[in-house]
Design a protein around this ligand. Structure first.
Ligand code: GDD
Ligand code: MN
Length: 378
């Protein structure tokens, strides 16, 4: 077990429906063949002294909601189905809906395909109570845990790589969490600040750990089982969504966003140079070639910042308006740089090299501030 040094959030007694009670939140997407088994396993696992309710948050296109309602008849605890007409945020968005609907002090989030053993529900809650933790993660990567159900070497490699990258990006927030990719965990309702969450796809534990800062963390090992019926709903598209999620989390502060802006800008040199090479090889004079190639770099930068940095701030203007403003700023930067260098050298007597470095830095900051203010603010 590992523990955070951060203080445990204070518990507001008025907020707690029933101390020690648990709401199990299960996101489902076309899982009709798994529901009965899952509810039976939960029934067998949760002792009478632990009051329990189950909330399914469903985005299915099949008969999963009906199957849940029918199976709920045989359950000794309340079972609710929230079917979302508009499934925003995918799996993570569904879990946040479930968390908002939960009434118990503890919320256990688990998959609907029986890959997460319900027998662990009481242990997750008990561990949280004992350790006075805000978050208890069921981990595949501590002693006693394993990823038996992660089919194929390819998925294991991807999962390992993603875990490593994520831990490297958030060393502090994920301290004490060996398995930030796990979809199985218990969290105290008072440790969730739902209003700061921006869930995007599968990694909802990561979202909660980074944005909600649930305080003290404990871990419990678990064996990731084989899927009972059906197939994983994850796609290649989900992989890209995960990268966007990481970028969004990492660039939440203005300083981090500026660093991201700089990195994307630097990456723009690649299409710029490739374009320049192609155009001059085709016999274009180097001056128009420079100008055209620069537009290629601008387009590349625009695509990346739209996807990775300002995704949630695109609604204020139309796409072409944003592109036009962005391109204008980028080219103004280029046009401004030479007279600025001349000014620094001529008026302030700077050497050409430091003057260029200073001009680059100044126009970069101007371009960043300008992009935020003129392209992405209402
Ligand atoms: N409501 C809703 N909306 N539920 C969804 C959606 C969605 O868009 N997509 C998937 N789900 C549900 C599935 O029906 C299932 O109950 C659960 O979320 C997990 O989906 P799977 O498709 O089975 O995920 P997985 O097995 O590939 O991945 C699981 O294990 C990973 C660890 O390797 C998830 O728990 C991941 O979060 C976890 O990282
Ligand atoms: Mn699964």
């Amino acid at each position: 077990m590992s523990e955070h040094t951060a203080p445990t959030p204070g518990l507001d007694a008025a907020e707690i429906a029933e101390p020690g009670a648990v709401t199990v939140v299960v996101p489902t997407f076309n899982e009709s063949a798994n529901i009965r088994r899952l509810l039976r396993l939960i029934t067998e696992s949760v002792p009478a002294r632990l009051p329990c309710e189950v909330v399914f948050v469903d985005d299915s296109t099949d008969d999963t909601p009906e199957v849940i309602r029918a199976a709920a008849q045989d359950c000794p605890f309340p079972v609710a189905v929230l079917h979302r007409a508009e499934p925003v945020g995918g799996l993570g968005g569904a879990v946040v809906e479930g968390i908002k609907a939960a009434t118990s002090e503890w919320i256990v989030v688990m998959d609907g395909d029986c890959q997460h053993p319900p027998s662990l529900i009481p242990e997750l809650v008990a561990t949280g109570e004992r350790a006075n933790a805000g978050l208890v993660v069921a981990s595949r990567y501590i002693e006693g845990g394993s990823r038996a159900g992660l089919a194929g070497g390819y998925r294991v490699t991807v999962s390992r790589g993603a875990t490593w990258l994520t831990k490297a990006l958030f060393p502090r927030r994920l301290h004490g969490i060996s398995d930030p990719m796990s979809g199985f965990f218990a969290i105290r309702r008072s440790a969730v600040s739902a209003e700061v969450l921006k869930p995007l796809g599968y990694k909802i534990l990561l979202e909660l750990a980074v944005r909600s800062r649930p305080g003290r963390v404990a871990e419990v090992p678990f064996v990731f089982q084989d899927r009972f019926a059906g197939e994983s709903k994850s796609t290649a598209q989900e992989g890209f969504r995960f990268l966007r999620h990481l970028a969004g989390l990492r660039t939440a502060s203005p300083v981090a966003r500026m660093v991201g802006f700089g990195l994307i800008g630097a990456s723009g040199f690649v299409p710029n140079l490739v374009g320049l090479w192609a155009l001059t090889a085709l016999g274009t004079h180097y001056v128009p070639a420079e100008i055209l190639a620069n537009q290629l770099g601008v387009a590349w930068n625009f695509l990346l910042i739209e996807q990775l940095l300002f995704r949630d701030r695109r609604a204020h203007r139309r796409r072409w308006d944003r592109l036009g403003r962005f391109a204008l700023l980028a080219n103004a930067d280029l046009v401004l740089r030479i007279p600025l260098i001349a000014l620094l050298v001529g008026r302030f007597g700077m050497g050409a090299l430091p003057a260029t470095a200073l001009a680059l830095a100044m126009t970069f900051v101007l371009r960043f501030v300008g992009t935020e203010a003129l392209v992405y603010l209402p």
